[in-house]
Design a protein around this ligand. Structure first.
Ligand SMILES: [Zn+2]
Length: 417
């Protein structure tokens, strides 16, 4: 082969490769008049440049073309819900259905929940968790199926999980099964009084082994004693905390443990949809009366939590059947009831929650090098937090899943009968 011909082939190959690459990774330019970056900064009149799944630049917007001009909408990072039960659903008769449906029905209910959650602006959720979360997580990760990035605990450990040695083996098994996080029940449900259920030795076994395996831990705990035992056992994150006092809040802050109070969605959803749950398991009249009291207790607790210096508040809803797609109500209530500053609520739902998932180099911030997970909302959420409930545009990993005019937006039904 002549030298000239060889050169021609090489050039052709390079051209073909670069054409294929740019076809796979077209540059998308998103212009916005207001961008809240997830770390506390607000940028005015910028163009976010996206290539493939990532943000590659944020430019002062000149007169160049934009693929999406979001006008008066505010762009924020895709929100994160660190506690959403994506598989929980009402059955065909409208009743909460923990079992009794076919595997195909189960996964389709999960898929519906994943879809409405993504449409509500949540591009990452952590599910604590059920076995078919793994299939859902993989389906979303393949790229064609609309849903948030999913992390899952697959199952839960509790006081019946055995001796410390048996518990350690269960943690290792969950890791082999592909768990992203370990979910633990250190206290009873609020419907059953919320007292500590696992022993200190069991808690040390689960959180100690998880740490040794490189897994994070999230602990359901309502009472002060159960929160303190979990923090002292080296667990990473506490859920709920309806009954806790100042000393538990201060201990979490001192130890750098994340706190995920769920004050705006879960109990309100249970009360609103009482008829769909009542009579199943511990969803009794007494359980509902405890949940009603819980709403008031949460109100006092979130005020104290917001006022606790150094406490790392992450954004989780504990969304169950009926609550999916209403996740941002949590932030509205944290601001309304707890007095949290809207900007702090936004940081909590983006960069802070990303940090709690060890994903703070990947998601939760709008900056070059991060995944292009961004949403646009109707209004300025730093002044009016309810803007986060009006999501008009959703991009996840550089792909646009929603782009509607604010006037045509609708939210899923709050009551399902
Ligand atoms: Zn939960």
């Amino acid at each position: 082969m002549s030298r000239m011909r060889m050169k021609a082939i090489v050039i052709t190959t390079i051209c073909a490769t670069s054409v294929a690459l740019s076809a796979q990774n077209p540059t998308i330019r998103v212009r916005a008049t207001r961008v809240v970056d997830g770390t506390g900064k607000t940028l005015a009149n910028v163009t976010i440049v996206v290539q493939g799944s990532k943000i590659v630049g944020i430019e002062a917007s000149g007169s160049g073309t934009a693929d999406y001009n979001l006008g008066r909408l505010t762009v924020v990072p895709g929100m994160i819900d660190v506690h959403a039960h994506v598989g929980w659903h009402f059955g065909p008769d409208g009743r909460y259905q923990p079992r009794g449906t076919t595997p195909a029905q189960e996964i389709l209910y999960s898929a519906e929940n994943a879809y409405v959650t993504l449409m509500a602006g949540f591009t990452t959720i952590q599910s604590p968790g059920q076995p078919n979360d793994v299939e859902l997580r993989e389906a979303v990760a393949r790229g064609a199926f609309p849903g948030p990035r999913i992390l899952t605990s697959i199952g839960q450990l509790n006081e019946s999980s055995g001796t410390p040695d048996e518990i350690r083996e269960k943690v290792r098994q969950l890791k082999r099964d592909g768990a992203d996080v370990i979910k633990i029940f250190a206290s009873a449900s609020i419907r059953d009084g919320g007292k500590q259920t696992m022993t200190d030795a069991q808690l040390e076994a689960v959180c100690g082994e998880a740490k040794a395996q490189g897994l994070r831990t999230m602990v359901h705990a309502h009472s002060t004693e159960s929160v303190k035992a979990s923090v002292n056992a080296g667990c990473d994150q506490i859920e709920h905390g309806v009954l806790i006092d100042d000393s538990a809040l201060k201990l979490m802050a001192a130890k750098g443990v994340y706190f995920d109070p769920n004050v705006g969605v879960v109990l309100q959803n249970y009360l609103r949809n009482k008829a769909n749950f009542l009579g199943i398991g511990n969803y009794t009249e007494e359980g509902f009366s405890n949940m009603e009291k819980g709403v008031a207790l949460n109100k006092a607790m979130i005020k104290k939590a917001v006022a606790t210096p150094g406490l790392k508040l992450v954004m989780g809803t504990d969304a169950v059947a009926g609550a999916h797609g209403h996740n941002a109500d949590e932030l509205v209530e944290r601001v309304r009831q707890g007095g949290q500053k809207p900007m702090d609520a936004i940081i909590s739902a983006t960069s802070m929650s990303a940090k709690s998932l060890n994903l703070d180099k990947t998601i939760g911030t709008l900056a070059p090098g991060y995944e292009a997970d961004l949403i646009a909302v109707d209004g300025d959420p730093t002044a009016d937090i309810t803007a986060l409930t009006r999501v008009a545009f959703v991009m996840k990993g550089g792909k646009v899943y929603k782009n509607v005019s604010p006037s045509t937006m609708h939210r899923p039904l709050q009551v399902q009968k």
